[in-house]
Design a protein around this ligand. Structure first.
Ligand code: SF4
Length: 359
């Protein structure tokens, strides 16, 4: 029989018996199917709040597959929050290069210092105090509280939103139903004190491996009996997709400046610029202009969250009288370009120039 978890005109209705049964099924499934991740505590092990926080910040806007190697690198270099708090910020930015959303790295470093200065290196457990720290918002505070400290908390990420949209057969796009979805998910976490972290991670794992964006595997889903979308055969139509707005476009130029020693010029970007504080190749400011993407050996395209960018690559020789960049700059031997920690945009330029030189 289908569950009574339905969306009625009067509001959301989720009886206790269903909540208990739902949570039990999720936890049993998690015990057998949980994903292994370098930041996760294994059975019987106490979660490490530093690892949980670091991984959650890295996972904001970035996939699990990408984060793994970065997490291991960070933990090897800065094994504790005290080590990270003491680190040079440029080193943190360097190790973060390629992960994107660089404000996260700046906030990460600042947050480590705040936790050391204000809390002797021990993360607070309540969401309000967590949210007062740099780079920790509603989602991250809920996930730290639940995963690191096993406290009641309503963790709702993109995977969990999709599961609840399907469970309740919600036909509005996710972007328009976030509040309702959070409320629905909250009914199943309210006053729950046992295995709260496992329950949150069970939902995350189910969304990543079973209730996937395309072709959900309903036949092996532990909560199929609760799912309205499945009972109506709507699982492939929910969540409903909203038409994406067209992204603004920007254009500019990037300089590939070489000298007689076979070196390439790099600079440190201004804090207020896009990719601020990161190492990059010199560029002009990026200005709004429309373009059509066409393959070209002297152009690099890159898509940021809020705009698409087209950069023309200009090659220059550094000769006598060459005007030095105003920004902090340095030279890198062309054989060592792979060792400079630069954002993906500049990695694309390096790749393009290397391919050209090897032709
Ligand atoms: Fe997702 Fe299918 Fe499970 Fe429903 S039954 S929660 S659509 S995997």
């Amino acid at each position: 029989m289908k569950s009574t978890m339905t969306v009625s005109n009067k509001g959301f209705n989720t009886p206790d018996s269903d909540i208990n049964s739902f949570r039990k099924k999720m936890l049993n499934w998690y015990d057998k199917n949980q994903r292994t991740m370098p930041w996760r505590a294994t059975k019987g092990q106490k979660p490490n709040a530093y690892h949980v926080w670091l991984s959650e910040v890295m996972l904001q806007q970035t996939t699990v597959a990408t984060v793994g190697a970065y997490f291991i690198k960070f933990i090897a270099r800065w094994p504790t929050i005290f080590d990270l708090a003491k680190a040079d910020r440029d080193d943190v930015m360097h190790e973060w290069a390629g992960l994107g959303y660089y404000a996260r790295a700046r906030n990460l470093h600042k947050c480590a210092q705040q936790v050391v200065e204000q809390y002797d290196g021990v993360f607070p457990q309540d969401e309000k105090s967590l949210q007062a720290l740099s780079g920790i918002g509603t989602y991250t505070s809920a996930s730290i509280r639940s995963i690191a400290f096993d406290k009641e908390s309503n963790v709702v990420d993109g995977n969990i939103e999709r599961i609840f949209a399907r469970l309740y057969a919600i036909k509005q796009p996710l972007q328009d139903s976030k509040k309702d979805l959070k409320k629905l998910a909250g009914f199943l976490t309210l006053n729950q004190k046992k295995r709260t972290g496992d329950y949150a991670q069970a939902l995350m794992d189910l969304g990543a491996t079973v209730c996937t964006p395309q072709s959900p595997k309903c036949l092996v889903c532990p909560i199929q009996s609760f799912c309205l979308a499945n009972s109506k055969n709507l699982q492939n139509d929910i969540p409903v997709k909203k038409k994406k707005p067209i992204k603004p476009q920007k254009v500019g130029e990037v300089f590939w400046i070489t000298n007689d020693k076979g070196e390439v010029l790099f600079e440190k970007r201004d804090e207020k610029e896009m990719l601020g504080g990161m190492i990059g190749l010199p560029t002009t400011p990026w200005k709004s202009a429309n373009f059509i993407k066409k393959p070209n050996k002297a152009i690099v395209y890159h898509s940021f969250t809020h705009f698409d960018l087209k950069l023309g690559v200009i090659e220059q020789r550094h000769e006598k009288g060459f005007k030095k960049p105003e920004k902090e700059h340095f030279w890198v031997q062309s054989s060592k370009l792979g060792e400079v920690g630069v954002p993906t945009l500049f990695k694309k330029v390096i790749r393009l120039m290397n391919t050209k030189e090897n032709l």
